[in-house]
Design a protein around this ligand. Sequence first.
Ligand SMILES: C[S@@+](CC[C@H](N)C(=O)[O-])C[C@H]1O[C@@H](n2cnc3c(N)ncnc32)[C@H](O)[C@@H]1O
Length: 253
Amino acid sequence: MEDSNQLQSGHTNKEYIDLIEQLRKEDTASHRDSGKGKASFGIDSPMGLMSSFVFAPVYLYATVKGKHTFWDQALSSLPDKIFYGPSLDMGCGRGLVLSKVATKKRSLLQTAQIKDCPTYGIDIFNSSDQSGNSPQMLYKNIKSLDLLDGVVAYAASFTEPLPFADNYFSLVTASLSLHNVSLAGRKFAIREACRVCKPGGAVIILDLLGYVADYEAEMKLNGWMVVERRFAGLGVVFGSWPTQVLLAYKPVM
Ligand SMILES: C[S@@+](CC[C@H](N)C(=O)[O-])C[C@H]1O[C@@H](n2cnc3c(N)ncnc32)[C@H](O)[C@@H]1O
């Protein structure tokens, strides 16, 4: 594995504080047991739920149950080798996808005897995008799932250069996060996802219909020719707004 100081692109690693490690130290120092209890992942865009009116039950199902099922299936459909390297979740929020990836790695890597395979998340922790969104909530969830050792989280925006070297991750995910920024920001985030993913690695994005076609176009502009985009299923319709999934593997030159 690369030295952590070599992860960075235009930054030094020390400029980014590992929130999980920081909160872990505070937790240990205070003896407050701040990670006890069950993991819980909140409601995506509470305003979106309220404005769904008669479709609110559909929205609620998507955010509380459907999204879990979607990601369980999406991750289990990927080849195991995709989990044998560092991964990044862009806009990890309270850690739903991050924790699923880390859990999968834990079981696979024990068998394959692979170590040092961190699961990274970045977010700006906007609580209007997800209820109760905060680094503390992410930490609590990661701790309650006993995943603290493999997870690194930074407060960082995907509209700015990501603090990682080119070709570093074997898996890059984004779940309902990219649509929150401007078109220019979304295109930038896609270019960064393409840059930090390594050849043969996978990018998988779940997002609202209307946004994902642009992601596909941007990836193709970056030379990623085989990009699959499809309806993500009835379980992840947010009110009356369907979602799409994009899955692509970085070309191996
Ligand atoms: C709907 S939530 C989804 C969270 C998580 N991916 C999930 O599926 O549970 C959207 C997330 O995107 C994050 N976000 C919005 N704009 C962002 C940005 N510019 N950079 C990083 N994260 C961002 C929000 O803070 C929020 O956590």
